[in-house]
Design a protein around this ligand. Structure first.
Ligand SMILES: Cc1cc2nc3c(=O)[nH]c(=O)nc-3n(C[C@H](O)[C@H](O)[C@H](O)COP(=O)(O)OP(=O)(O)OC[C@H]3O[C@@H](n4cnc5c(N)ncnc54)[C@H](O)[C@@H]3O)c2cc1C
Length: 435
Protein backbone atom coordinates (compact mmCIF):
# COMPACT_ATOMS: atom_id res chain seq x y z
CA UNK A 1 0.00 0.00 0.00
CA UNK A 2 1.32 3.47 -0.88
CA UNK A 3 2.03 5.47 2.27
CA UNK A 4 -0.16 8.52 2.92
CA UNK A 5 1.70 11.58 1.45
CA UNK A 6 0.38 13.67 4.38
CA UNK A 7 2.87 11.86 6.65
CA UNK A 8 5.82 13.57 4.95
CA UNK A 9 7.07 17.13 4.67
CA UNK A 10 7.31 18.51 1.13
CA UNK A 11 11.09 18.21 1.25
CA UNK A 12 11.18 14.77 2.94
CA UNK A 13 14.63 13.23 2.55
CA UNK A 14 15.69 9.60 2.42
CA UNK A 15 19.15 10.46 3.74
CA UNK A 16 20.13 10.59 7.43
CA UNK A 17 19.03 13.57 9.52
CA UNK A 18 22.69 13.78 10.63
CA UNK A 19 23.88 14.67 7.14
CA UNK A 20 22.24 18.11 7.44
CA UNK A 21 24.91 19.24 9.94
CA UNK A 22 27.56 16.86 8.63
CA UNK A 23 27.13 16.64 4.83
CA UNK A 24 29.06 13.89 3.08
CA UNK A 25 32.62 15.14 2.83
CA UNK A 26 33.66 16.23 -0.64
CA UNK A 27 37.31 15.33 -0.69
CA UNK A 28 39.34 14.40 -3.69
CA UNK A 29 40.15 10.66 -3.40
CA UNK A 30 43.80 10.34 -2.38
CA UNK A 31 46.16 8.92 -4.99
CA UNK A 32 46.89 5.27 -4.24
CA UNK A 33 50.42 4.89 -2.89
CA UNK A 34 52.62 2.24 -4.46
CA UNK A 35 53.22 0.86 -0.95
CA UNK A 36 51.80 1.71 2.50
CA UNK A 37 52.70 0.44 5.94
CA UNK A 38 49.01 -0.26 6.62
CA UNK A 39 45.97 -0.40 4.33
CA UNK A 40 42.61 -0.21 6.09
CA UNK A 41 39.45 -1.28 4.29
CA UNK A 42 36.49 0.91 5.37
CA UNK A 43 36.29 4.55 6.47
CA UNK A 44 33.81 4.30 9.35
CA UNK A 45 34.53 4.76 13.06
CA UNK A 46 36.56 1.52 13.22
CA UNK A 47 38.83 2.32 10.29
CA UNK A 48 39.39 5.93 11.35
CA UNK A 49 40.05 5.06 14.98
CA UNK A 50 42.68 2.51 13.92
CA UNK A 51 44.17 4.85 11.31
CA UNK A 52 44.55 7.70 13.78
CA UNK A 53 46.47 5.54 16.26
CA UNK A 54 48.70 4.10 13.53
CA UNK A 55 49.46 7.44 11.88
CA UNK A 56 50.28 9.03 15.23
CA UNK A 57 52.73 6.16 15.80
CA UNK A 58 54.51 7.10 12.57
CA UNK A 59 53.03 4.53 10.15
CA UNK A 60 52.01 5.44 6.61
CA UNK A 61 48.29 4.60 6.41
CA UNK A 62 45.83 4.52 3.55
CA UNK A 63 42.10 4.01 4.06
CA UNK A 64 40.46 2.32 1.09
CA UNK A 65 36.75 3.16 0.92
CA UNK A 66 34.23 1.84 -1.57
CA UNK A 67 32.04 4.95 -1.53
CA UNK A 68 32.29 8.35 0.12
CA UNK A 69 34.02 8.55 3.51
CA UNK A 70 31.66 7.46 6.30
CA UNK A 71 28.92 6.31 3.96
CA UNK A 72 28.33 3.19 6.11
CA UNK A 73 26.57 2.90 9.47
CA UNK A 74 28.96 5.29 11.22
CA UNK A 75 27.16 8.40 9.96
CA UNK A 76 23.68 6.84 10.08
CA UNK A 77 23.25 5.51 13.62
CA UNK A 78 21.28 6.83 16.60
CA UNK A 79 24.25 8.23 18.52
CA UNK A 80 23.76 6.19 21.73
CA UNK A 81 27.03 5.53 23.54
CA UNK A 82 26.32 2.40 25.55
CA UNK A 83 28.22 -0.36 27.30
CA UNK A 84 25.93 -3.38 27.19
CA UNK A 85 26.41 -6.59 25.37
CA UNK A 86 23.51 -8.47 23.80
CA UNK A 87 24.14 -10.96 26.64
CA UNK A 88 22.87 -9.62 29.96
CA UNK A 89 25.28 -9.49 32.86
CA UNK A 90 23.09 -11.98 34.75
CA UNK A 91 23.16 -14.46 31.86
CA UNK A 92 26.94 -14.22 31.64
CA UNK A 93 27.28 -14.74 35.40
CA UNK A 94 25.06 -17.80 35.29
CA UNK A 95 26.76 -19.31 32.23
CA UNK A 96 30.40 -18.34 32.67
CA UNK A 97 30.82 -17.26 36.30
CA UNK A 98 31.24 -13.89 37.93
CA UNK A 99 34.85 -13.27 36.94
CA UNK A 100 34.23 -13.70 33.20
CA UNK A 101 31.04 -11.62 33.32
CA UNK A 102 32.90 -8.81 35.07
CA UNK A 103 35.77 -8.98 32.53
CA UNK A 104 33.43 -8.71 29.57
CA UNK A 105 31.37 -5.86 31.02
CA UNK A 106 34.54 -4.01 32.13
CA UNK A 107 35.73 -4.17 28.53
CA UNK A 108 32.46 -2.57 27.47
CA UNK A 109 33.06 0.19 30.00
CA UNK A 110 36.51 0.76 28.47
CA UNK A 111 34.81 1.02 25.07
CA UNK A 112 32.32 3.66 26.26
CA UNK A 113 35.16 5.52 28.00
CA UNK A 114 37.15 5.44 24.76
CA UNK A 115 34.47 7.58 23.08
CA UNK A 116 34.45 10.13 25.91
CA UNK A 117 38.26 10.30 25.87
CA UNK A 118 38.45 10.56 22.08
CA UNK A 119 35.90 13.39 21.98
CA UNK A 120 37.78 15.24 24.74
CA UNK A 121 41.38 14.71 23.63
CA UNK A 122 40.67 15.27 19.93
CA UNK A 123 38.38 18.21 20.70
CA UNK A 124 35.53 16.86 18.53
CA UNK A 125 32.46 19.10 18.66
CA UNK A 126 29.71 16.49 18.28
CA UNK A 127 27.14 17.26 20.98
CA UNK A 128 28.58 14.54 23.22
CA UNK A 129 26.47 14.70 26.35
CA UNK A 130 26.36 12.36 29.33
CA UNK A 131 22.65 12.96 29.90
CA UNK A 132 21.87 9.38 30.92
CA UNK A 133 19.74 6.67 29.39
CA UNK A 134 16.16 5.70 30.24
CA UNK A 135 15.44 2.06 29.54
CA UNK A 136 11.69 1.43 29.60
CA UNK A 137 9.97 -1.79 30.73
CA UNK A 138 7.09 -3.09 28.65
CA UNK A 139 5.51 -5.03 31.52
CA UNK A 140 5.66 -5.33 35.29
CA UNK A 141 7.57 -8.60 34.78
CA UNK A 142 10.18 -6.92 32.60
CA UNK A 143 10.51 -4.20 35.26
CA UNK A 144 11.28 -6.82 37.94
CA UNK A 145 13.75 -8.56 35.64
CA UNK A 146 15.41 -5.22 34.92
CA UNK A 147 15.70 -4.40 38.63
CA UNK A 148 17.50 -7.72 39.30
CA UNK A 149 19.87 -7.20 36.38
CA UNK A 150 20.81 -3.66 37.41
CA UNK A 151 21.22 -4.59 41.07
CA UNK A 152 23.76 -7.21 39.99
CA UNK A 153 25.59 -4.73 37.76
CA UNK A 154 25.72 -2.19 40.60
CA UNK A 155 27.01 -4.78 43.07
CA UNK A 156 29.71 -6.31 40.86
CA UNK A 157 30.60 -3.48 38.46
CA UNK A 158 29.73 -0.40 40.47
CA UNK A 159 27.40 0.84 37.69
CA UNK A 160 24.99 3.49 39.01
CA UNK A 161 21.25 3.15 38.30
CA UNK A 162 17.88 4.28 39.58
CA UNK A 163 14.68 2.28 39.16
CA UNK A 164 11.73 4.47 38.20
CA UNK A 165 8.35 2.83 38.91
CA UNK A 166 5.37 3.40 36.64
CA UNK A 167 3.82 5.85 39.13
CA UNK A 168 6.82 8.16 38.70
CA UNK A 169 7.74 7.54 35.09
CA UNK A 170 6.11 10.78 33.82
CA UNK A 171 9.17 12.53 35.32
CA UNK A 172 11.23 10.63 32.77
CA UNK A 173 9.01 10.12 29.73
CA UNK A 174 5.75 11.60 28.42
CA UNK A 175 4.19 8.24 27.57
CA UNK A 176 1.76 5.84 29.24
CA UNK A 177 3.10 3.00 27.12
CA UNK A 178 5.59 1.70 29.69
CA UNK A 179 5.65 0.04 33.09
CA UNK A 180 8.43 2.10 34.60
CA UNK A 181 12.07 1.74 33.76
CA UNK A 182 15.61 2.36 34.82
CA UNK A 183 17.77 5.46 34.57
CA UNK A 184 21.46 4.85 33.90
CA UNK A 185 22.85 8.31 34.59
CA UNK A 186 26.37 7.89 33.22
CA UNK A 187 25.58 6.93 29.62
CA UNK A 188 25.94 9.42 26.79
CA UNK A 189 24.62 10.38 23.38
CA UNK A 190 26.30 12.22 20.52
CA UNK A 191 25.75 13.44 16.96
CA UNK A 192 27.17 10.56 14.90
CA UNK A 193 27.63 12.62 11.74
CA UNK A 194 29.79 15.15 13.57
CA UNK A 195 31.65 12.45 15.52
CA UNK A 196 32.58 10.73 12.26
CA UNK A 197 33.49 14.06 10.64
CA UNK A 198 35.74 14.90 13.61
CA UNK A 199 37.54 11.55 13.38
CA UNK A 200 37.96 11.99 9.63
CA UNK A 201 39.42 15.49 10.04
CA UNK A 202 41.85 14.32 12.75
CA UNK A 203 42.93 11.30 10.71
CA UNK A 204 43.61 13.45 7.64
CA UNK A 205 45.51 15.97 9.75
CA UNK A 206 47.63 13.09 11.09
CA UNK A 207 48.57 12.19 7.51
CA UNK A 208 46.14 9.34 6.74
CA UNK A 209 45.39 9.10 3.02
CA UNK A 210 41.65 8.66 2.38
CA UNK A 211 41.15 6.86 -0.91
CA UNK A 212 37.40 7.19 -1.45
CA UNK A 213 35.71 5.37 -4.34
CA UNK A 214 38.42 2.70 -4.14
CA UNK A 215 36.49 -0.52 -3.59
CA UNK A 216 38.76 -3.33 -2.50
CA UNK A 217 38.29 -6.27 -4.87
CA UNK A 218 41.00 -8.67 -3.74
CA UNK A 219 43.62 -9.05 -1.01
CA UNK A 220 46.45 -11.46 -1.67
CA UNK A 221 49.58 -12.43 0.21
CA UNK A 222 52.69 -11.07 -1.51
CA UNK A 223 56.10 -11.63 0.06
CA UNK A 224 56.03 -10.34 3.62
CA UNK A 225 52.96 -8.20 2.96
CA UNK A 226 49.88 -7.98 0.78
CA UNK A 227 48.91 -6.98 -2.75
CA UNK A 228 45.56 -5.24 -2.83
CA UNK A 229 43.45 -4.80 -5.94
CA UNK A 230 41.02 -1.88 -5.87
CA UNK A 231 38.64 -0.33 -8.36
CA UNK A 232 41.24 2.42 -8.86
CA UNK A 233 44.33 0.25 -9.19
CA UNK A 234 46.69 -1.83 -7.10
CA UNK A 235 48.87 -1.16 -4.09
CA UNK A 236 51.03 -3.03 -1.64
CA UNK A 237 50.82 -2.93 2.15
CA UNK A 238 52.79 -4.51 4.94
CA UNK A 239 49.62 -4.90 7.04
CA UNK A 240 45.93 -4.96 6.17
CA UNK A 241 42.91 -4.35 8.39
CA UNK A 242 39.29 -5.09 7.51
CA UNK A 243 36.97 -2.48 9.07
CA UNK A 244 33.80 -3.07 7.12
CA UNK A 245 31.38 -4.45 9.77
CA UNK A 246 27.92 -4.90 8.12
CA UNK A 247 29.41 -4.19 4.67
CA UNK A 248 32.11 -6.88 4.79
CA UNK A 249 32.86 -7.74 1.14
CA UNK A 250 33.69 -10.89 -0.79
CA UNK A 251 37.32 -9.70 -0.81
CA UNK A 252 37.40 -10.71 2.89
CA UNK A 253 35.63 -14.10 2.60
CA UNK A 254 36.63 -15.52 6.01
CA UNK A 255 35.26 -12.47 7.84
CA UNK A 256 32.21 -12.20 5.56
CA UNK A 257 31.18 -15.72 6.54
CA UNK A 258 31.21 -14.68 10.19
CA UNK A 259 29.19 -11.47 10.27
CA UNK A 260 25.45 -11.26 9.78
CA UNK A 261 24.51 -7.97 8.13
CA UNK A 262 21.10 -6.52 8.92
CA UNK A 263 19.37 -3.24 8.17
CA UNK A 264 18.32 -0.74 10.83
CA UNK A 265 15.78 2.02 10.22
CA UNK A 266 15.21 5.53 11.53
CA UNK A 267 12.94 8.53 11.06
CA UNK A 268 13.09 12.19 12.11
CA UNK A 269 10.06 14.38 12.72
CA UNK A 270 9.69 17.85 11.33
CA UNK A 271 10.87 20.57 13.78
CA UNK A 272 8.44 20.87 16.70
CA UNK A 273 8.04 23.43 19.49
CA UNK A 274 10.87 22.73 21.98
CA UNK A 275 8.43 22.72 24.95
CA UNK A 276 6.37 20.01 23.22
CA UNK A 277 9.46 17.82 22.93
CA UNK A 278 10.55 18.67 26.47
CA UNK A 279 7.18 17.30 27.75
CA UNK A 280 7.98 13.95 26.13
CA UNK A 281 11.65 13.81 27.14
CA UNK A 282 11.91 16.02 30.23
CA UNK A 283 15.50 15.12 31.08
CA UNK A 284 16.81 14.91 27.52
CA UNK A 285 18.25 11.42 27.84
CA UNK A 286 18.50 8.71 25.20
CA UNK A 287 15.66 6.15 25.35
CA UNK A 288 15.04 2.56 24.46
CA UNK A 289 12.92 -0.33 25.66
CA UNK A 290 13.93 -3.60 27.31
CA UNK A 291 13.11 -5.90 24.40
CA UNK A 292 15.70 -7.68 22.28
CA UNK A 293 14.25 -6.09 19.13
CA UNK A 294 14.08 -2.55 20.48
CA UNK A 295 12.56 0.80 19.64
CA UNK A 296 15.05 3.58 20.35
CA UNK A 297 14.49 7.34 20.37
CA UNK A 298 15.80 10.69 21.50
CA UNK A 299 15.59 14.41 20.93
CA UNK A 300 17.76 15.76 18.14
CA UNK A 301 20.69 17.74 19.57
CA UNK A 302 18.97 21.05 18.71
CA UNK A 303 15.94 19.94 20.76
CA UNK A 304 13.51 20.43 17.87
CA UNK A 305 12.98 17.02 16.26
CA UNK A 306 12.31 13.54 17.55
CA UNK A 307 14.55 10.80 16.15
CA UNK A 308 13.04 7.34 16.31
CA UNK A 309 14.25 3.91 15.22
CA UNK A 310 13.13 0.31 15.25
CA UNK A 311 11.92 -2.67 13.16
CA UNK A 312 15.57 -3.65 12.86
CA UNK A 313 16.19 -6.52 10.48
CA UNK A 314 12.87 -6.01 8.65
CA UNK A 315 12.79 -5.52 4.91
CA UNK A 316 10.76 -2.81 3.14
CA UNK A 317 10.20 -2.02 -0.54
CA UNK A 318 11.25 1.62 -0.01
CA UNK A 319 12.08 4.19 2.65
CA UNK A 320 8.64 5.85 2.68
CA UNK A 321 6.91 2.53 3.37
CA UNK A 322 9.31 1.92 6.26
CA UNK A 323 8.88 5.48 7.52
CA UNK A 324 5.09 5.13 7.57
CA UNK A 325 5.40 2.00 9.74
CA UNK A 326 7.78 3.70 12.17
CA UNK A 327 5.48 6.75 12.23
CA UNK A 328 2.66 4.48 13.43
CA UNK A 329 4.97 2.95 16.07
CA UNK A 330 5.95 6.44 17.23
CA UNK A 331 2.29 7.45 17.51
CA UNK A 332 1.48 4.33 19.54
CA UNK A 333 4.11 5.28 22.12
CA UNK A 334 3.51 9.06 22.01
CA UNK A 335 -0.10 9.75 20.94
CA UNK A 336 0.78 13.47 20.96
CA UNK A 337 2.99 12.84 17.91
CA UNK A 338 0.37 11.04 15.78
CA UNK A 339 -0.17 14.06 13.54
CA UNK A 340 3.41 15.21 13.08
CA UNK A 341 5.08 14.94 9.69
CA UNK A 342 8.40 13.31 8.96
CA UNK A 343 11.34 15.21 7.49
CA UNK A 344 13.76 12.27 7.13
CA UNK A 345 13.70 8.48 6.89
CA UNK A 346 16.84 6.43 6.38
CA UNK A 347 18.51 3.09 6.79
CA UNK A 348 21.94 1.76 7.63
CA UNK A 349 23.59 -1.62 7.74
CA UNK A 350 24.90 -3.13 10.97
CA UNK A 351 26.32 -6.54 11.79
CA UNK A 352 25.61 -9.21 14.35
CA UNK A 353 27.62 -12.39 14.88
CA UNK A 354 26.56 -15.96 15.54
CA UNK A 355 27.57 -15.75 19.21
CA UNK A 356 26.40 -12.11 19.61
CA UNK A 357 29.84 -10.94 20.74
CA UNK A 358 32.02 -8.41 18.93
CA UNK A 359 35.19 -9.85 17.40
CA UNK A 360 38.64 -8.45 16.71
CA UNK A 361 41.72 -10.44 15.77
CA UNK A 362 43.98 -11.54 12.97
CA UNK A 363 43.42 -14.30 10.40
CA UNK A 364 46.00 -15.31 7.78
CA UNK A 365 47.86 -12.12 8.64
CA UNK A 366 44.79 -9.89 8.00
CA UNK A 367 43.56 -7.88 10.99
CA UNK A 368 39.87 -7.21 11.58
CA UNK A 369 37.38 -5.71 14.07
CA UNK A 370 33.63 -6.12 13.52
CA UNK A 371 30.29 -7.64 14.58
CA UNK A 372 29.28 -4.96 17.06
CA UNK A 373 25.62 -5.96 17.46
CA UNK A 374 24.43 -2.32 17.58
CA UNK A 375 27.12 -0.96 19.93
CA UNK A 376 29.50 0.17 17.21
CA UNK A 377 30.18 3.73 18.37
CA UNK A 378 32.03 2.57 21.48
CA UNK A 379 33.24 -0.76 20.10
CA UNK A 380 34.39 0.68 16.77
CA UNK A 381 36.32 3.40 18.58
CA UNK A 382 37.83 0.97 21.10
CA UNK A 383 38.52 -2.09 18.96
CA UNK A 384 39.77 0.08 16.09
CA UNK A 385 42.39 1.45 18.46
CA UNK A 386 43.17 -1.98 19.94
CA UNK A 387 43.67 -3.43 16.45
CA UNK A 388 46.10 -0.61 15.66
CA UNK A 389 48.04 -1.45 18.82
CA UNK A 390 48.22 -5.09 17.72
CA UNK A 391 49.54 -4.03 14.30
CA UNK A 392 52.14 -1.89 16.10
CA UNK A 393 53.25 -4.96 18.02
CA UNK A 394 52.13 -3.54 21.38
CA UNK A 395 50.54 -6.90 22.24
CA UNK A 396 49.91 -6.31 25.94
CA UNK A 397 48.14 -3.00 25.38
CA UNK A 398 46.14 -4.56 22.53
CA UNK A 399 44.57 -7.23 24.73
CA UNK A 400 40.79 -7.24 25.27
CA UNK A 401 38.37 -9.55 27.06
CA UNK A 402 37.03 -10.64 23.68
CA UNK A 403 40.37 -12.04 22.45
CA UNK A 404 39.79 -15.68 23.31
CA UNK A 405 36.32 -15.99 21.81
CA UNK A 406 36.30 -18.21 18.71
CA UNK A 407 34.82 -16.32 15.74
CA UNK A 408 32.39 -18.90 14.38
CA UNK A 409 30.43 -19.16 11.18
CA UNK A 410 27.56 -21.56 10.40
CA UNK A 411 27.43 -24.43 7.88
CA UNK A 412 26.78 -23.22 4.31
CA UNK A 413 26.75 -19.55 5.37
CA UNK A 414 28.59 -17.35 2.85
CA UNK A 415 27.43 -13.89 4.00
CA UNK A 416 23.92 -13.82 2.55
CA UNK A 417 21.73 -13.24 5.61
CA UNK A 418 18.49 -14.65 4.20
CA UNK A 419 17.41 -15.73 7.70
CA UNK A 420 17.52 -12.28 9.37
CA UNK A 421 13.79 -11.43 8.98
CA UNK A 422 12.89 -14.87 10.38
CA UNK A 423 15.38 -14.44 13.25
CA UNK A 424 13.87 -11.04 14.10
CA UNK A 425 10.40 -12.59 14.11
CA UNK A 426 11.73 -15.16 16.55
CA UNK A 427 13.07 -12.34 18.78
CA UNK A 428 9.69 -10.58 18.56
CA UNK A 429 8.10 -13.81 19.75
CA UNK A 430 10.56 -14.19 22.66
CA UNK A 431 10.06 -10.49 23.49
CA UNK A 432 6.28 -11.08 23.71
CA UNK A 433 6.86 -14.09 25.94
CA UNK A 434 9.00 -11.96 28.27
CA UNK A 435 6.09 -9.59 28.98
C1 LIG B 1 20.15 3.03 12.15
C2 LIG B 1 21.30 2.58 13.01
C3 LIG B 1 21.32 2.91 14.35
C4 LIG B 1 22.41 2.54 15.14
N1 LIG B 1 22.46 3.02 16.41
C5 LIG B 1 23.60 2.84 17.12
C6 LIG B 1 23.76 3.51 18.36
O1 LIG B 1 22.89 4.30 18.79
N2 LIG B 1 24.90 3.28 19.07
C7 LIG B 1 25.89 2.46 18.59
O2 LIG B 1 26.89 2.29 19.30
N3 LIG B 1 25.78 1.83 17.40
C8 LIG B 1 24.68 2.03 16.64
N4 LIG B 1 24.58 1.47 15.40
C9 LIG B 1 25.69 0.61 14.92
C10 LIG B 1 26.92 1.42 14.48
O3 LIG B 1 26.53 2.49 13.64
C11 LIG B 1 27.90 0.51 13.72
O4 LIG B 1 28.17 -0.63 14.50
C12 LIG B 1 29.22 1.23 13.45
O5 LIG B 1 29.01 2.44 12.79
C13 LIG B 1 30.16 0.35 12.63
O6 LIG B 1 31.25 1.15 12.25
P1 LIG B 1 32.34 0.57 11.25
O7 LIG B 1 33.33 1.65 11.03
O8 LIG B 1 32.85 -0.72 11.76
O9 LIG B 1 31.53 0.23 9.92
P2 LIG B 1 30.75 1.21 8.88
O10 LIG B 1 30.56 2.59 9.41
O11 LIG B 1 29.53 0.50 8.42
O12 LIG B 1 31.81 1.34 7.71
C14 LIG B 1 32.16 0.27 6.88
C15 LIG B 1 32.69 0.86 5.57
O13 LIG B 1 33.29 -0.15 4.78
C16 LIG B 1 33.12 0.24 3.43
N5 LIG B 1 33.35 -0.91 2.55
C17 LIG B 1 32.62 -2.04 2.43
N6 LIG B 1 33.16 -2.85 1.49
C18 LIG B 1 34.27 -2.24 1.02
C19 LIG B 1 35.23 -2.58 0.04
N7 LIG B 1 35.17 -3.73 -0.66
N8 LIG B 1 36.23 -1.71 -0.21
C20 LIG B 1 36.34 -0.55 0.48
N9 LIG B 1 35.41 -0.17 1.43
C21 LIG B 1 34.40 -1.00 1.68
C22 LIG B 1 31.69 0.74 3.41
O14 LIG B 1 31.41 1.52 2.25
C23 LIG B 1 31.62 1.51 4.71
O15 LIG B 1 31.91 2.88 4.53
C24 LIG B 1 23.48 1.78 14.59
C25 LIG B 1 23.45 1.45 13.24
C26 LIG B 1 22.38 1.86 12.44
C27 LIG B 1 22.41 1.52 10.99
Amino acid sequence: MTPDPALFTADFKTTPYWWEAAPRPEIEPAALPHMADVAIVGSGITGLSAALTLARAGRSVVILEKGEPGIGASSRNAGFVGRVLKHSFSDLMDRHGLERAVDLYREMRHAADAVRETVATEGIDCHYRMGGRFMAALSARQYEHMAREFERRAKHLGDPFEMVPKARQHAEIGSEHYHGGVVIPDLAGLHPGLYHQGLLDRARAAGVAIAAHSEVLAIEKAGKGFAITTARGMLGARDVMIATNGHTPAAAPWQRRRVIPFDAWMIATEPLAPDRIARLFPNDRVYLDYNTNIFFFRRAPDGRSVLFGGRTGSRFPDIRTMAAKLHADLGAIFPDLKGVRLSHGWTGRCAATFDMYPHAGVRDGVHYAMGYCFVGIPLGTHLGRKTALRILGRTEEARTAFDDLPFRSAPFYRGDPWFVPAAMKYYDWTDRRSL
